[in-house]
Ligand binder design. Structure first.
Ligand SMILES: [Zn+2]
Length: 357
């Protein structure tokens, strides 16, 4: 992760984070929405404990990932299991969020995360925390079959192919991702273009040359990533934070993203010659259902989430305790600027119908 955690001063975060929160709310309200109470909706608000906005926004996305709770509910851990067990506390927090009568308390989950070196009063990086929660959920899940189900739900499997430009020998290395880490560029980007760039073949020359096992020496090579399989839940990480000379900067560039995304076109373009059984096909459509938004700058800020309800298909704005319905055009306002989409959660749609799997 490129974020410099130490750079986030608690005091600065408190002040600037609160300042940005107010600005964000003012900004939303100025778009002629009435601020309704969270109790009216099926997306549930969350208390902010010790600057927990990052975990709160992620929890909204986990709660909207009904497949995750379905897996966790199949698990019945022994009563002797410790309070510091992440999958247990995640399950409890997600169950509490199903009750929409009050803002949910997820304090036990936060205490559990703190016991695993996630610090209080610190601005966290949402992609990093997303990975920590999923990795610990698998590691601490006593039922290995269910742990594998959690992995499979998010697992993007790829193969790195390094080809020697001299002898054409290809080294293949399997890799696995919970989120697709996309570089973004100055100016205007589209999500599809960023994905295309991720899978683009790169020439490795001069200092970047790779050792070829066949030639027995470093040679000019090409580097390429091929999609092996796509998960039901596809998390896209827009890498807006860049470290330059020890300082972290946020890129405010415009990145448009669609509500419906066809990953099949990238699978077809990047298809390996040795097609693996179950490989992605040309029509792998995904529908957006959660957007984690970072508000502010690299060194301080705030997280909120936009969630598309599975019950009424409406988009909701979730900012800690505050939840209110919003239009798709408001979600699109996170394309650029200081209030920008950072993680995008897409759900695979079935091939034979417009519904989601
Ligand atoms: Zn070679």
């Amino acid at each position: 992760m490129q974020h410099n955690r130490e750079a986030f001063e608690p005091a600065a975060c408190l002040w600037i984070g609160a300042s940005w929160t107010k600005m964000a709310r003012r900004s939303l309200l100025s778009r002629s929405f009435s601020l309704n109470h969270y109790r009216a909706y099926d997306v549930r608000g969350l208390f902010n404990y010790n600057l927990s906005c990052c975990v709160n926004a992620l929890l909204q996305s986990f709660s909207a990932t009904t497949e995750l709770l379905d897996i966790l509910q199949k698990w019945h851990p022994p009563a002797t299991i410790g309070r510091n067990n992440i999958p247990l506390q995640l399950k409890n927090a997600l169950c509490a969020m199903r009750d929409t009568s009050n803002p949910a308390s997820h304090k036990n989950l936060l205490d559990c995360l703190y016991s695993h070196n996630i610090h209080r009063f610190t601005q966290q990086d949402a992609d990093e925390i997303f990975h920590i929660i999923l990795n610990l959920s698998q590691k601490q899940m006593l039922d290995q079959d269910l742990a594998q189900e959690i992995r499979s739900l998010y697992d993007i499997r790829m193969e790195t192919q390094l080809m020697c430009s001299e002898c054409k020998y290809v080294q293949r290395v399997p890799s696995s991702y919970f989120s697709l880490p996309l570089a973004i560029f100055e100016g205007v980007n589209t999500l599809e273009r960023c994905i295309q760039s991720f899978f683009q073949r790169q020439n490795l020359l001069d200092g970047d040359m790779c050792y070829c096992d066949s030639c027995g020496q470093k040679q000019p090579s090409t580097h390429e990533l091929k999609l092996v399989s796509l998960p039901r839940i596809l998390c896209v990480h827009l890498k807006r934070f860049r470290n330059v000379g020890g300082l972290t900067w946020k890129l405010f560039s415009r990145v448009t993203f669609p509500e419906t995304l066809n990953m099949g076109i990238f699978a077809a373009e990047g298809q390996s010659e040795n097609v693996v059984s179950g490989s992605p096909q040309a029509d792998e459509h995904y529908r957006l259902y959660a957007v984690i938004v970072h508000i502010g700058y690299a060194m301080s800020g705030h997280y909120i989430a936009y969630i598309r309800s599975t019950q009424d298909q409406t988009w909701y704005y979730a900012d800690d305790r505050t939840v209110q319905p919003v239009s798709w055009s408001i979600v699109q306002s996170s394309y650029e600027g200081t209030e920008t989409a950072y993680l995008l959660l897409y759900r695979k749609m079935s091939r034979n119908a417009s519904g989601e799997q």
